[in-house]
Each structure stands twice: as C-alpha cells, then as structure tokens.
Design a protein around this ligand. Structure first.
Ligand code: V47
Length: 365
C-alpha cells in the first residue's frame, strides 16, 4: 500500500498522519482533486482507527419535522413551502406529542426535530414542543433546531442567542443538530439560499451553544455548484471553530438530492464523491470525534462502504425521514437496528448502540 500512497502523490500526507500532524488546506484540496479513491480511503481509515478504534455507532432515533412552512425557500430544498401553498403543513404541539406517543414502545432514545423558518409561529410554540415531548418521556434526548432556527427564535423572543438557548434548554433542549450549514461560502449562499442565515453567523451560534454547554453537530451539503475550494473553506471554518470550543460531536456530509428542487437540472452525487467527502472530512477534521455516513442520503450500501473510508457512525433508525425523501431519495424512511448491526458486522467492526452524546448503551459483540 505504501507504494500506492506514494504513487498517488500522498507520501507527505501519509507522513503527517503517522506523525499526528495536521493536514493543510492544500492537502485537503489535493485529496479532493485526486481520483485515487483507494489511497484516500486507506489514509482516512488510518485516522478513523486511531480516533475510534473498531467501534461503529448507531442510535435509536425518531425524526419529527414540525412544519415545512418556510420563508427562506432555498433553491436546493424540496421540503420548504410558502404558507398556504400545496403540501404546506404545520403540526400542533399535540400532533407532535402524538408522534412521540406512537413510538413509546420502541427503544428510542433521541428525538431529532427540525422545521422551516415559519413566518408566524410564536416563540412559545417551540418552548411548548420541547416541554410536551419531555412530558411524555423525560428520558428522551431532544436534538432539535438548527443554528438557522435558533437565530430566528432569538428574533422572535427579542433576546440574545445565549438567553434564547437558555430558555430552550430549560424547556428540554438537549443538543443541536448540524443542519442549515449548507456551504458557508457567501457566493454559494447568494446563489442558492440568499435569505438564509449567513455562514459566519451559523458558526457564531454553534460556538455560543457550545459555551452554554450544548453539544452540536455540523453538516455540509455537497454535490451541487460548490467548488473544491469552497468545500475546503467550509471544513477549515469548522475545524477552527472546534479548536476554540470543542463542542461539535459529529460531522455529517450531506449529498445533494436534486429532485423537486429549483436545482433539479443537476445530477445526483456519485459513489466516488460520496466516499471522498467522508474520507476528506475524516482526514481534515482531526478534532471532530465522529464522522457520520448518513444512510438516508447515500443509501445503506454506500454508508457501509464509507465505514472503510473514515466514517464511524451510521446515524440511526431515523423513522419517517421527510427532507431528503421530498428531494427524491429512494432509501427507506426508516431502518431496523438489526440491519444496522448486520451492515456494521459485515465490515468486521463492532456495532455499538449509543445515546446522543455517544455514551455506550449496548455493544453487539
Ligand atoms: O439542513 C436540504 C439538507 C439538512 C436537501 O445533525 C438537503 O446528526 C440533500 O441536517 N438534498 C437536514 N440535503 C438534515 C440534517 C441532518 C440529517 C441527519 C443527521 C443530522 C445530525 C443532521 O438537509 C438541511 C439541509 O442542509 N438538505 N435539502 C436536498 N435536496
């Protein structure tokens, strides 16, 4: 393999990895621009092994999207709707509670809840959502609301971000998911989601959340019109923020699904690019504990392969994924834990059921 690594032009990167040195922006670009996917995967696998050993994590979780009504209407999104438009919906607090009640018999430990930027739901609605879920089962960890939603709630509450987060935490918020990051580049935001919270502000809010004691995740939506440089700038901004706060738990590369969006002329991502995004993230984000291969987006088969390209987490059972399915995802809307365990065992690794904060709940020897 050493010869292959050298032939691929990755001799220096290999040395850096062995010596525990940080990769540069240029290293990241070279990895993205290379087609030697096996060499890239070999390197990412070395780092994955060092960071998480043989464990591969998954979680029993339930996704709830309380409303798709949104004022941002990003071009890459098939989920958001204007108020009053066809297929627009908003759930009452009672309806959200009912969704949680319906799955009480399952061993779900996390509710993952996000929605659009709604024009007129009051701040109290979001507080009541959290309280309502906790009333049903106080042990559930609620991972909810992206940094984009948090900025909107702070406007609604007329309070600074830290106070707004404090109120949400009092009501039951446990952590923030990584959505809404897209690609931080102002050029990409201008072209695809000009109304959305700017990238710099997304990072500021994540850092405030970390300082408040909340863990958060981070994502990058790849495979549309972004350049390799813009991907690297995104990863660089995340790595720098993590150096400052150490509050990110996981990075999740999200593959763009074009169907039913205003960018539907673009093609789906390829297996090559899906694996590369996992691997480059694992190699460059040396301070992120976990890299998720989100099976909903790239399919269980590709997610399984990604476990040999730097990923150490398959996310979870999910239950009723909507955002990617409205954009044409052909995967199921849920997956059984037995399937996740089989996918992990088949690559010779140890399936570990975790909670949101990566505490180990069950090891499948
Ligand atoms: O914020 C929107 C993205 C995100 C499309 O934190 C699209 O653990 C692909 O963030 N094609 C929501 N992606 C999903 C998300 C997530 C998922 C799983 C785990 C975690 C975590 C976070 O999906 C949105 C947006 O960035 N998205 N439209 C699309 N057409």
């Amino acid at each position: 393999m050493k010869n292959n690594i050298r032939n691929a032009g990755f001799g220096k990167i290999h040395e850096k990895i062995i010596e525990g040195q940080r990769l540069s922006f240029e290293d990241g670009l070279n990895l993205y621009k290379s087609n030697d996917i096996l060499a890239i995967g070999y390197l990412a696998n070395l780092v994955r092994k060092k960071i998480s050993g043989e464990n591969v994590y998954f979680i029993y979780n339930q996704h709830i999207n309380y409303s798709n009504i949104c004022t941002n209407l990003c071009k890459f999104c098939a989920f958001g709707r204007e108020k009053g438009a066809d297929l627009a919906y908003e759930m009452s607090v009672e309806q959200v509670k009912e969704k949680v009640r319906q799955r009480l018999a399952e061993p779900i430990t996390e509710v993952h809840m996000v929605g659009g930027i709604h024009p007129d739901l009051p701040f109290e609605y979001y507080i009541e959502l959290l309280k309502g879920i906790k009333e049903i089962n106080s042990d559930l960890h609620i991972q909810a609301f992206t940094c984009v939603e948090i900025a909107h709630f702070a406007d609604l509450a007329g309070k600074p971000i830290d106070e707004t987060l404090g109120l949400l935490m009092e009501a039951g918020l446990g952590s923030l998911p990584g959505g809404g990051a897209e690609v931080f580049s102002p050029r990409i935001r201008q072209l695809t989601c000009e109304k959305k919270l700017p990238g710099d502000d997304w990072i500021k809010i994540a850092k405030i959340a970390h300082k408040q004691g909340l863990h958060t995740n981070a994502t990058m939506l790849y495979g549309h019109i972004e350049t390799m440089e813009e991907r690297m700038e995104h990863l660089q901004a995340l790595r720098q923020a993590q150096d400052e706060t150490n509050g990110f738990l996981a990075f999740i590369p999200l593959s763009f699904h074009p169907a039913n969006t205003r960018m539907s002329e673009l093609s789906r991502t390829t297996g090559m690019d899906d694996l590369k995004n996992v691997a480059v993230a694992r190699l460059f984000l040396d301070n992120f504990p976990h890299i998720k291969a989100y099976w909903v987006m790239i399919g269980p088969q590709m997610a399984q392969l990604a476990l040999n390209f730097g990923a150490d987490d398959l996310d979870g059972t999910v239950k009723e994924e909507v955002i990617t399915h409205m954009a044409g995802a052909e995967t199921d809307q849920a997956i059984g834990s037995n399937t996740l365990v089989r996918l992990i065992k088949e690559v010779g690794r140890i399936p570990v059921q975790r909670d949101t904060l990566y505490n180990v709940l069950q090891v499948y020897k």
